[in-house]
Ligand binder design. Structure first.
Ligand code: PGA
Length: 240
C-alpha cells in the first residue's frame, strides 16, 4: 500500500494459485479503507498455461481478471499475462521480457512456492539466469493443480513462465507460503543450499526478499527462533 501511495503506477508481479488470495483480499480492504485509487497500477503475471482455449476459466489470464483485476479495480489493459497463443509462442517469452523492461521493471513481485519448490512455473533444474520461456510442468505440479480442472488429464503439460532471472530483477520479492505441505519447500528455499534443484532458493541471491509464512509452513526452518527474534526487534524504520 505504501508503494502504491508513493507510486500510483507501481508495477506489481502477480502470482496465481491459492496462496496469494488472502493478500489480494487484504489489498482490496486496505484500498477501500484508505480510498486508494489502484487504476494506474500495472502488473505482470508470472506465468500462463499452454494449450487452453482462450478464455478458459483456469487460464491465468482469466484467473488474474477474476481474482485480481476486478476485485482490486485495476485497469485490465495495464495487467499483462504471457501470451500462450500457439502461433507466436516461440517469440512470446522475448516479447514479455521486453514489455517488463519497457514498464521500468517490477517493483514488487508476489511469489508462491510449489510443493516441489517451483516459483512461477520454474520447475527444479531451472537456471537462475532463465528468462520467460516455455517449460514442461512436473507431474507433481500437475497433480497439485488438478483440483482446478475436471481431471488430471485436463491439466496442461506445458506453460510459459517468467524465468528465475526475470524474477531476480524485481526490486522486492515477497514469498508467501501457508500450510504444512509447503514446509519442506520453504526450508529448502530459505536455508537450503542455493541450487537450481530447489528453484525457491533463488531468493537467497536477491538483495530484498520478504518471506511471509504461517507456523505450519515454517515448521522445518532450523533458525525459526532467530527469525522471530529479528522480527520482534526490527528497527522502527524497517517495515515490509
Ligand atoms: P498454491 O500454488 O498457491 O496454489 O499452493 C503455489 C505455486 O504453485 O506456486
Amino acid at each position: 500500500m505504501r508503494l502504491i501511495a508513493r507510486k500510483p503506477d507501481a508495477v506489481l508481479g502477480l502470482a496465481t494459485g491459492s496462496t496469494p488470495l488472502s493478500t489480494y483480499t487484504a489489498l482490496v480492504e486496505r484500498a477501500h479503507a484508505e480510498a486508494l485509487d489502484l487504476s494506474e497500477v500495472r502488473g505482470f503475471a508470472l506465468d500462463e498455461y499452454l494449450g487452453l482455449q482462450p478464455g478458459h476459466p483456469e487460464s491465468y489470464r482469466a484467473v488474474i481478471t477474476r481474482e485480481v483485476v476486478e476485485p482490486l479495480g485495476l485497469t485490465a489493459a495495464n495487467i499483462h499475462t504471457p501470451d500462450a497463443s500457439p502461433e507466436t509462442i516461440e517469440t512470446a517469452g522475448d516479447a514479455y521480457e521486453r514489455a517488463i523492461i519497457a514498464a521500468g521493471g517490477v517493483d514488487l513481485q508476489i511469489l508462491g512456492i510449489g510443493t516441489d519448490g517451483h516459483v512461477g512455473f520454474n520447475e527444479p533444474g531451472s537456471s537462475f539466469a532463465s528468462l520467460t520461456r516455455v517449460k514442461t510442468l512436473t507431474e507433481q505440479t500437475r497433480r497439485d493443480n488438478a483440483r482446478y480442472f475436471e481431471s488430471l488429464d485436463a491439466v496442461p503439460m506445458h506453460c510459459i513462465t517468467q524465468g528465475l532471472g526475470t524474477i531476480r530483477r524485481a526490486r522486492h520479492l515477497v514469498l508467501l507460503a501457508f500450510g504444512a505441505a509447503k514446509a519442506a519447500a520453504i526450508a529448502a528455499a530459505v536455508e537450503g543450499p542455493v541450487t537450481a534443484s530447489q528453484p525457491g532458493s533463488v531468493i537467497q541471491l536477491h538483495p530484498h526478499t520478504t518471506v511471509l509464512v504461517d507456523e505450519d509452513a515454517a515448521a522445518d526452518l532450523v533458525n525459526a527462533d532467530y527469525y522471530r527474534h529479528a522480527w520482534a526487534n526490527r528497527p522502527a524504520w524497517q517495515q515490509l
